[in-house]
Design a protein around this ligand. Structure first.
Ligand code: HMG
Ligand code: MG
Length: 312
């Protein structure tokens, strides 16, 4: 595996902040986006264009998109649930449009208020509109191993949804272990059912670390050739419609694993850890990233402001 490239999709400012009790200002969200782009991350979710009645924390994603520094090599990505969301995403010139559904009917109903089939039908104009505008389309499937309402989800059920999303024209599929119940054996079974449907390079894993298995699951994904992983700085995250779903796997922890295994990410781990610490301080929350904590424990406020590390 040594020397191979792995891409991280940074989801903390979307998957993370959508679950925070208090909304973060668009200025802070944009500042963190820019700081994360400075670390070398090339794919960063800026937010989502969903109903502010459903997820108030993601209101003002248009203002975030306006305030971030656009760079050719950094893709600013957003989630949209319907055509109204697509319109806003195109107006904001998002680079990647992500639609989202689930392998579980009950979860989908709670999350986007429709059945899986209805969601796919709703995505049809969204995907075609995004593609006509020259945008890449990512499609999320939630609850790929377990659902908070329905329990275990069979891999075949996930494969059926993935197949439909590919038929719509999705360029990439991200498989979400929304409530962090998966273990490597289940990830292998999931990949057995889905890898034959598409080129491996178009499949991503989105692991939440609720039960501490995310790094093991990502390792299983690496063994199967997956080279795109979603992660969140400082392990921010959760899902408002999946009670008990704690954060995404921390970007810092994934980077530490990838460095050790000799993968190329182009990302400065220490710089991400500093951003993670700053975000945790501003949000007044503890930092669940073990790597993040280990790398920043000794840093003073001055170090954080000047970007200096005393020891690496
Ligand atoms: P609904 O209530 O069925 O839809 O919600 P509606 O069409 O009746 O609209 C209700 C109101 O929302 C209307 O406003 C619409 O205009 C407005 P009103 O007339 O009442 O003033 N509206 C919108 N506003 C802004 N942007 C839009 C939009 N659409 C409608 N795009 C809907 C259906 C899909 C809109 C709603 O359920 C929703 O927004 N859900 C979003 C849920 C969400 O964001 N969940 C978190 C992301 S998914 C996730 O975290 C999982 C993931 O991380 C992977 C994993 O971990 O598994 C991706
Ligand atoms: Mg998620």
């Amino acid at each position: 595996m040594t020397g191979e490239k792995v891409t991280l999709v940074e989801v903390g400012l979307r998957d993370g902040l959508q679950n925070e009790a208090t909304a973060v200002s668009h200025e802070d969200r944009a500042r963190w986006f820019n700081a994360l782009a400075d670390t070398g991350l090339t794919r960063i979710e800026a937010g989502s264009f969903v109903s502010p009645k459903w997820v108030p924390q993601m209101a003002n994603t248009d203002a975030v998109m306006q305030a971030i520094r656009r760079r050719d090599h950094v893709s600013a990505e957003v989630l949209v649930p319907n055509s109204k969301g697509l319109e806003a995403a195109l107006a904001a010139d998002a680079d990647v449009i992500a639609v989202f559904t689930a392998a579980s009917e009950s979860f989908n109903r709670k999350n986007i208020n429709c059945s899986i089939e209805e969601s796919i039908a709703r995505f049809e104009p969204v995907v075609s509109g995004a593609k006509s505008a020259g945008k890449r389309v990512r499609a999320y499937v939630s609850c790929v191993v377990g659902c908070p309402y329905e329990g275990p989800i069979a891999p075949g059920q996930v494969a059926d949804v993935v197949q439909k999303l590919l038929e719509l024209g999705a360029d990439e599929v991200s498989l979400g272990d929304t409530i962090g119940v998966a273990r490597p054996r289940e990830i292998h079974a999931l990949l057995d059912a889905t890898l034959s449907l598409m080129p491996t390079e178009n499949l991503a894993l989105h692991c939440h670390d609720t039960r501490g298995q995310a790094i093991a699951n990502i390792y299983a994904g690496l063994e199967r050739g997956i080279r795109i992983f979603d992660s969140a700085v400082a392990g921010l995250g959760g899902c408002p419609y999946a009670k008990g779903a704690t954060g995404n796997v921390a970007t810092e922890d994934v980077l530490y694993l990838l460095q050790g295994e000799g993968f190329e990410t182009g990302v400065d781990l220490h710089a991400v850890a500093r951003v993670g610490r700053e975000i945790c301080e501003l949000l007044g929350r503890s930092n669940p990233s073990r790597t993040g904590k280990a790398l920043t424990a000794h840093l003073t406020e001055d170090d954080l402001m000047t970007g200096q590390d005393q020891d690496s």
